[in-house]
Write a protein that binds this ligand. Structure first.
Ligand code: COI
Length: 353
């Protein structure tokens, strides 16, 4: 793929406050774009970060034929940039694409676009511990048409944002509540892909949760409202003594890259890792009898986010005294050490550039 490159005339790097990054507000100098028309992806280009202009009839604005990925790059101790498991993200965007009738991106082109953009904006990768460059690849239909139909044209883009923590709590525990009324996903739906619509429909229940002082919804299965699934912005894991439990990948939850990395590390540490159905009743009962040791969310944006309180149908349990648990901290440190190149990357997860 021959990527045309137009560099910015004036970098915004100098005027960016790296001490106050937050999450997802600041963007690097450049972005990648490529268009799909006449049955093929074409015109790959890197241009200065800028607004887009589209018709009000843009099909995606109406029917949400849009998918995305979230991945991160880290400033490694050896001066290189480590991109964490980009191959898995390249595969996952294509699995999302298939579900929404979006043309797939050749994995080699995905990687080339990613590394070329990152190389141009490498100075934007934050150098402080706990900070990283969040990378957002996304694809959306660009037909100008009000009928409900598969778009014939698309745009694939990558934008990047230097970030610190996603939840203001960082590694301090957040509180979650279940929703008696709403569901995130159902069998045969789109809960296992990263489509914009999944996130739009979670906003209203999440607002209700926030009004009650909870950071997010802990989603239960849609059939029985009984089994824990995920949080929407992250997967969720439960540590009972030496058993680490998370929901199985059966079509309604996202196959998180951080989830998979944690399960792999925990197995290597000797924990019994179970991908099994876990009822909210078991969670509550075992929180009360003390055998539920820790709960934490895991995701690219959130990294590891301990959960200190869970509310379900008016009953509230506290986990680990609402404090950050040892396992959560240990796994967070281990992931960081791999990503920042402080320990050997025995799994081959980093792509260093
Ligand atoms: C991610 O962790 O990258 C996500 O996609 C979650 C999100 C911020 C929507």
């Amino acid at each position: 793929m021959n990527i045309k490159i137009q560099k910015t005339e004036k970098s915004r790097l100098e005027e960016t406050d790296f001490d106050d990054l937050g999450f997802g507000h600041i963007f690097t100098d450049h972005m990648f774009m490529m268009d799909y028309k006449d049955g093929r992806w074409q015109d790959p280009r890197i241009v200065p970060f800028q607004d887009l202009e589209f018709s009000p009839a843009l099909i995606t604005l109406h029917y949400a034929q849009t998918i995305f990925e979230g991945m991160k790059a880290y400033h490694s101790k050896d001066g290189k940039i480590n991109i964490f498991r980009p191959d898995v993200h390249a595969k996952r965007i294509n699995s999302s694409a298939r579900r929404l009738c979006i043309p797939e991106i050749d994995e080699k082109d995905f990687m080339q676009a990613l590394t070329a953009l990152l190389d141009i904006d490498r100075e934007w990768v934050p150098k402080k511990e706990e900070e990283s460059l969040y990378i957002r690849p996304f694809i959306f239909g660009t037909d100008e048409y009000l009928g409900v139909a598969v778009s014939k044209t698309y745009r694939f883009m990558i934008i990047m944002s230097p970030v610190s923590r996603y939840y203001k709590e960082g590694l301090s525990p957040i509180s979650l509540m279940t929703s008696g009324e709403f569901t995130r996903a159902c069998e045969g739906g789109t809960g296992n892909i990263k489509s914009g619509g999944n996130y739009a429909s979670s906003l209203y229940p999440a607002e209700l949760a926030k009004e009650k002082g909870y950071a997010q919804i802990l989603w239960l299965d849609n059939k029985e409202h009984k089994y824990v699934e995920e949080v929407g912005t992250m997967n969720i894991l439960f540590l009972f003594e030496d058993e680490l439990v998370t929901a199985p990948l059966e079509g309604t939850i996202l196959a998180g890259v951080t989830r998979d990395s944690i399960l792999t590390i925990a197995k290597a540490w000797g924990y019994n890792v179970s991908e099994r159905k876990l009822s909210i009743d078991e969670v509550l009962n075992r929180a009360e009898d003390g055998s539920l040791k820790e709960v934490f969310g895991a995701g690219t944006a959130a990294i590891v986010s301990p959960v200190g309180r869970i509310s379900h149908l008016g009953k509230v349990v506290t986990i680990n005294n609402n404090e950050t648990g040892e396992f959560s901290k240990r796994i967070y440190d281990e992931l960081n050490s791999i990503r920042y190149g402080e320990i050997e990357d025995t799994h081959g997860w980093n792509l260093s550039i």
